[in-house]
Design a binder for this molecule. Structure first.
Ligand code: FES
Ligand SMILES: [Fe+2]
Length: 339
């Protein structure tokens, strides 16, 4: 199930401008644009007249014009003009969605608008802190359920296999794995500290490490499908520290949008390093994308099949329980409101 009563990322800030941007979010086609005053707006991407996509239309000031017969809609979805008649029926208005721009992305609320409290947007202060470089924003479109990518981020066992050539560490280290999983009502934290290991291939160049390092990752998963990773590697002279924000937005039941926001607090003005980190993280994400899309294909070919969880998957199993509970709550609320 796709949870609706949450803030999701709809776009990076730079994507939203005076050209309409079409994106399907939680199975609903949405068009986004920015008003002259700079505020982002999001409307249902379907004209009330004959259901043409407004995203194929053009902006006339702050209003968007349908490309089919010229109806115009303002940034909150009110139909403000029907060129072929004076009267504007109430049914001409279309749905708009609350949006908030924060931490370099535009957040959208697809659920009950009365519950849309911006205080629910995850807190990412490092993205506004001048001591951190937060330039790298990645976007990926992935042909797999958003839950598979969420699971991937909760399942740290895969790092030694899927990312063997990038950020992985020697698989031996997971035999006596120091993975600690803590579960609270609405969070799963996976902490893994591995001491005195060879730095991963990508890390060697990021940190300029000569020898072995202590590697720490603390991954906080929160519903619906966000994972914030605090990643540190240090040797006696150097410490490199990243904040990796993995923000997943369902598109359909079988596809999702995936934003990865990368922040670091070392060599923050080193443009060459910024480029290198971007390339390396693109490769890491492509490795995840490849396995997750392949996994979805197998699942689609095997209806009724189930996972066989390992001890290492306890965080993932706990997150599924939280999601099930929230889905039941949301269903019950929707029934109450309908009844
Ligand atoms: S379909 Fe949009 S104006 Fe007719
Ligand atoms: Fe991964």
């Amino acid at each position: 199930m796709i949870l609706k009563n949450f803030w999701y990322v709809a776009a990076s800030s730079v994507e939203v401008n005076s050209t309409p941007l079409a994106r399907t979010i939680c199975e609903i086609p949405v068009v986004m644009f920015r008003t002259g005053a700079g505020a982002p707006a999001a409307l249902r991407d379907m004209c009330s007249h004959r259901r043409a996509p407004l995203s194929k239309g053009r902006m006339l000031g702050d209003n968007i014009e349908c490309p089919y017969h010229g109806l115009q809609f303002d940034p909150v979805g009110r139909c403000v003009k029907i060129p072929s008649q004076e009267e504007i029926p109430r049914k001409a208005h279309i749905c708009s969605y609350p949006v908030v721009e924060r931490w370099g992305v535009v957040w959208i609320w697809m659920g009950d608008p009365d519950l849309a409290d911006p205080a629910g947007i995850p807190h990412k202060p490092w993205r506004a802190d001048p001591a951190w470089n937060s330039e790298n924003v990645h976007y990926f479109h992935i042909k797999a359920s958003h839950l598979l990518m969420t699971d991937n981020l909760l399942d740290l066992l895969h790092v030694s296999w899927v990312h063997v050539n990038t950020i992985g560490f020697a698989a031996d280290a997971v035999r006596e794995d120091p993975l600690v999983t803590e579960v609270s009502e609405c969070m799963v934290r996976n902490t893994r500290v591995i001491r005195n290991i060879e730095p991963a291939a990508a890390l060697r160049s990021w940190g300029d490490f000569a020898g072995r390092v202590d590697r720490t990752s603390v991954s906080d998963w929160t519903p619906p499908c966000f994972t914030a990773i605090h990643f540190l590697n240090r040797d006696p002279v150097t410490t490199i520290e990243f904040r990796l924000d993995h923000l997943i937005t369902p598109e359909t039941a079988r596809s999702h949008h995936y934003w990865l926001l990368v922040s670091r607090n070392f060599r923050i003005d080193d443009e060459e390093l910024t480029r290198k980190v971007f390339e390396d993280n693109s490769r890491v994400a492509a490795e995840d994308m490849d396995i997750v899309e392949a996994q979805q294909r197998m699942i689609d070919l095997s209806p009724g099949s189930v996972d066989m969880p390992l001890r290492q998957d306890r965080g993932l199993v706990a997150a599924h329980r939280i999601l099930d509970r929230l889905a039941k709550q949301e269903n019950a609320e929707a029934k109450r409101n309908a009844g």
